[in-house]
Design a protein around this ligand. Structure first.
Ligand code: IPD
Ligand code: CA
Ligand code: CA
Ligand code: CA
Length: 262
């Protein structure tokens, strides 16, 4: 991770685990994979989701047996004082269709505070990572959010839960944003969306009903890159909140306003 950082054994192992997961994603892309559904017909899970989570868990817990583990496919186990929060394949629907926007997200939480985060883009091979107090990086180079201050003309992203037909709240915000002429994308991998805000490729991102494994790493990336992460009311974000709004800071208030009023 270069000379800029103090030696951080957890982050080094998380980077290793991310590379391992990426290898598994690529292997099954080549070989073909079985897939099933979870909560409904569009909520997919593939062999690559399950096996990459197993591999990540084995690597991290063999190195740090005192740590707990929360993963999308395996649930929660072990200590809560120190735990890894992992989405082994974020963007499964994209993956299953060969749409190249998916990756892996790993965070380290200590006493309820995210200390390190890694988001790796499988298709592009890019690695985003952050250490609390030490900044955010893309493949070893420091990254910053953009300085753009106008909401109109900013590039934004959002996403929807698999049960969006039942929980349609974000359709209201999405509609408001589009009606204002805002530039909105729905890339399909929340961890990468957040990493893109950190790297200055998007000005902002919001979503409703994400899970801790979708956002834990990206949240730290955005804050360490100089951005702002809150709930819909502008209160500091907390893991488990229903709403997340992450921006370059400059457009934050304007985006909250735009989402909340017709
Ligand atoms: C999903 C993606 C998507 C978001 C969904 C998530 P998964 O995660 O991050 O962008 O809109 O809400 O569930 O299932 O592909 O890991
Ligand atoms: Ca996810
Ligand atoms: Ca996932
Ligand atoms: Ca999933």
């Amino acid at each position: 991770i270069g000379r800029r950082h103090p030696y951080h054994p957890h982050l080094l192992s998380m980077l290793e685990a991310a590379r391992l997961a990426r290898g598994i994603h690529l292997y099954y892309l080549e070989k073909g994979f079985t897939q099933g559904t979870k909560s409904g017909p569009t909520d997919l899970v593939t062999q690559a989701d399950r096996e990459s989570e197993e591999a990540i868990k084995e690597l991290l817990l063999s190195r740090f047996p005192e740590a707990g583990f929360l993963g999308e496919e395996g649930g929660s186990e072990g200590s809560k004082a120190l735990r890894f929060i992992v989405d082994p394949l974020d963007g499964t629907v994209n993956y299953a269709h060969g749409f190249p926007f998916y990756g892996v997200s790993l965070a380290l939480e200590a006493e309820g505070v995210i200390q390190a985060g890694v988001v790796m883009d499988t298709a592009r091979g890019e690695t985003f990572y952050a250490l609390r107090g030490e900044g955010a990086y893309l493949d070893g180079r420091p990254i910053r959010v953009t300085q753009r201050a106008e909401l109109l003309g900013s590039l934004l992203a959002t996403g929807f839960p698999y049960d969006v037909a039942k929980d349609a709240e974000n359709l209201i915000y999405f509609g408001r944003a589009l009606r204002r002429g805002l530039l909105v994308r729905r890339p399909g991998a929340a961890a990468l969306d957040l990493a893109y805000v950190a790297a200055g490729r998007l000005e902002g991102f919001w979503e409703v009903k994400l899970n801790p494994w979708d956002v834990a790493a990206g949240w730290l990336l955005v804050e360490e890159a100089g951005g702002r992460v809150t709930d819909l009311e502008g209160k500091p974000y907390r893991l488990g909140h229903r709403y997340i709004v992450a921006t370059n800071g400059q457009i934050h208030e304007a985006l909250l306003q735009a989402l909340l009023s017709d």
